[in-house]
Design a binder for this molecule. Structure first.
Ligand code: GUE
Length: 281
């Protein structure tokens, strides 16, 4: 058996086409969405991600404002840029690319919650816990959207999330246990005693540990859906958390690259458009 591919690249393309229509409707009504990014330092990976986000925006008619600061930038200098973007009406939403090497909680908190396109602002995460409407975190929502668009059943599914990071594992459990998703979630982490036993029971596995190949074929229930979220670099090449032999056992697998990464970008675009539509009323 070979698993069906959960194709994030193709899904990003489809979502961009849908969003382009909505952006042109906004523009007809005089609203021009604009994404701001603040990037600190010269990590090549971070530069690639930010560049990709601006290219995506240009393709669908979203303006962008790019602020690149040197690795020597201080907390106060980054905060000054945040204040500027908070006040700039042309910037309808923005993000501070992580990691910055600075006090990230202070930076996140300083962003106007109404301009939080990442869904990582304390107010946005608090709204998620409280069940109120707000920006949703891009990577975990991208996981759910990727499953939905490939008709993987979520309601009632046993989901094992591997990794408790703030951008994926922690918020994903909150999203998947909403009534609209209705999944049962087990959150595994480095303190989990027997990872294999949990994974073997799962209909959906979300591997977000950042440990190359941590999920192997022998651990996966035949027919399960496996999302490869972890990104590590091994000899300069992207290595995911999912070993190659999982494709022989699983029903669906998201490749890495080409899976959840592009979906993160799709959900960022979707957040920008949603926020502009909301501002319109
Ligand atoms: N404030 C903030 N918001 C983020 O959304 C954010 C962040 N900080 N810091 C880093 C992570 C990582 N991230 C990715 C985005 C796109 C791909 C992506 O599109 N990857 C492609 C290609 C990867 C490649 O070839 O290098 C793929 O998976 O196919 C991956 C990872 C957003 N992040």
């Amino acid at each position: 058996m070979t698993a069906q591919k959960l194709d994030g690249t193709a899904t990003l393309k489809a979502i961009k086409a849908e969003l382009a229509d909505r952006v042109s409707k906004l523009r007809e009504q005089g609203v021009v969405p604009g994404l701001g990014t603040v990037l600190v330092g010269d990590d090549p990976g971070s530069h690639w991600y930010v560049g990709a986000k601006h290219k995506d925006c240009a393709e669908i008619g979203i303006e962008s404002i790019r602020v690149d600061l040197p690795a020597t930038a201080t907390q106060a200098e980054v905060e000054a840029e945040i204040d500027r973007l908070n006040a700039d009406p042309a910037c309808t939403g923005f993000l501070v690319q992580q990691p910055t090497g600075l006090d990230e909680f202070a930076l996140l908190s300083r962003v106007d919650a109404d301009k939080d396109v990442d869904g990582l602002h304390p107010v946005s995460l608090g709204k998620l816990v409280l069940g109120e409407e707000g920006s949703l975190p891009c990577t975990p929502v991208g996981c759910i959207e990727l499953l939905r668009r490939h008709d993987v059943p979520i309601a009632g599914a046993e989901v094992v999330v591997v990794g408790r990071g703030l951008t994926v594992g922690r918020p994903l459990g909150l999203l998947l246990t909403r009534r609209t998703e209705n999944a049962t979630v087990t959150l595994c982490h480095t303190g989990t005693r027997d990872l294999a036993t949990h994974v073997r029971n799962a209909d959906i596995v979300v591997a977000a540990a950042g440990v190359p190949g941590i999920i192997t074929g022998a651990m996966v229930k035949p027919g399960a859906a496996v999302l490869d979220v972890g990104v590590s670099r091994v000899d300069g090449k992207i290595a995911g958390d999912v070993a190659d032999d999982v494709w022989d056992v699983a029903g669906w697998v998201s490749p890495n690259p080409g899976g959840v990464g592009p979906m993160t970008r799709a959900m960022l675009l979707s957040n920008i458009v949603l926020m502009a539509e909301k501002a319109l009323g």
